[in-house]
Design a protein around this ligand. Sequence first.
Ligand SMILES: CC(C)(COP(=O)(O)OP(=O)(O)OC[C@H]1O[C@@H](n2cnc3c(N)ncnc32)[C@H](O)[C@@H]1OP(=O)(O)O)[C@@H](O)C(=O)NCCC(=O)NCCS
Length: 331
Amino acid sequence: MSSPASTVILGTGAYAPARVLTNAELALTIETSDEWIRTRSGIRERHIAAPGETTSDMAVHAARLAIADAKLQLADIDLLIVATITPDLPMPATACIVQHKLGLATSTACFDLNAACSGFIYALDTASAMIGSGRYRHALVIGAEKLSSIVDWKDRTTCVLFGDGAGAVVVGGSAQPNIGLLGTKLGAYGDCVDLLCIPGGGSNAPATAASLAGGDHFLKMKGKEVFKYAVRGMEEAARDILEQHAIPAHQIALVIPHQANLRIIEAIAQYLELPLERFFVNLDRYGNTSAASIPIALDEARRSGRIKSGDLTLLVAFGAGLTYGSALLRW
Ligand SMILES: CC(C)(COP(=O)(O)OP(=O)(O)OC[C@H]1O[C@@H](n2cnc3c(N)ncnc32)[C@H](O)[C@@H]1OP(=O)(O)O)[C@@H](O)C(=O)NCCC(=O)NCCS
C-alpha cells in the first residue's frame, strides 16, 4: 500500500444512553441546586448508562453509525483505537471487546488509549499517523466513557459534572493533499497528576477493603486548580497549532472544544478573540463525557450542518494527566 497524501474523517457517529439525569433530580440526592450547577458549569443534564450497559456497548452503537456514515463495510476496518478512562475491564483493552461485539476481522489492530479528556485528539493523531504510514487503510477511532461508574455520587464537587456516552469517527487516506487532518499539537503537565486522578486500584495502590471503604477508586479532583490548567493548556494548544500553520483564528469556521465547562470555553473564546457562536457547545445536555465529548460534538456539528466543505475546524481539549491537545481539520 502506498502512503496517502492526507488523512480524512470519512464518517462520524454518536450514542448517548436513554436515561437523562437532570440537575433538579441530582438536587434530590445531594446538597446542590440546578442554579449552582448551571451557573458554575453550564450543565443542565447528562446521560447515564443503564445498569449493565458498558463502555463497549456504547462504543459499538457509535461505531456502527460512523461506519454507515462513511459508507464502508465492517471488513474495510483494519485499525481500532478506543480512547477511554473507563474501560470495561482493567485488562484487556476495551478495543478488543468492541472488535468482537462489532464483528470486525481478527486481523484488525486493536488497542485502548488513555489520555483522559484529550484522548480522542490523541487517538485521532495516532490513527492518522498509522493511516499515513500506508500500512492501514481505515481506522475506527472511538471515544467512549461510562463516567457514572467512577464518580462518587455522594461527592457534589465532582458528580454533577460528568456523564456517559460515545462518539466515533472513521479515518481513511486521501490522494488529495491539504485536506482532512492538517496537524495536531499534543502535550501534558505530568507534574499535575494529583489534581485529577483515581488514587486507588492501580498497581501503585491495589484495591484493599480499606481503600474501597475510603472511596479511593472514585475520581478525585481539585476543581479550581484544574480550571486554571484547563484554560492554560487549551490556550497553548490552540495558539501553537494556529501559529504552526500560519492561520489567524478568525479563519476557523468552528471550534469544537472539550465539553467540560462553559466558563472554560468562554475563556478560550476570549483568548482567541472569537465570538462564542463560533464554538460548538452541547455540554448543557451531556455534561463532561471525557474522551467521548469531542466526537459526540463533532457528529452533532456535522449532522446539524455546522460544518461545510472547505471549512477549517479546530478541536481542542484538556484532561487528567493533565493532558492537552488540539487538531486542525479542513473538510
Ligand atoms: C468544579 C467547578 C465547577 C467549581 O466551580 P468554582 O467556581 O471553582 O466553585 P466556587 O468556588 O464558586 O464554589 C465552591 C463552593 O461551592 C461548593 N460546591 C461544590 N460543588 C457544589 C455543588 N455541586 N452544589 C453546590 N455547591 C457546591 C463547594 O463546597 C464550595 O463551598 P465553600 O466555598 O463553602 O467551600 C470548577 O472549579 C470547574 O469547573 N473546574 C474544572 C473542572 C473540570 O472541568 N474538570 C474536568 C477536567 S477534564
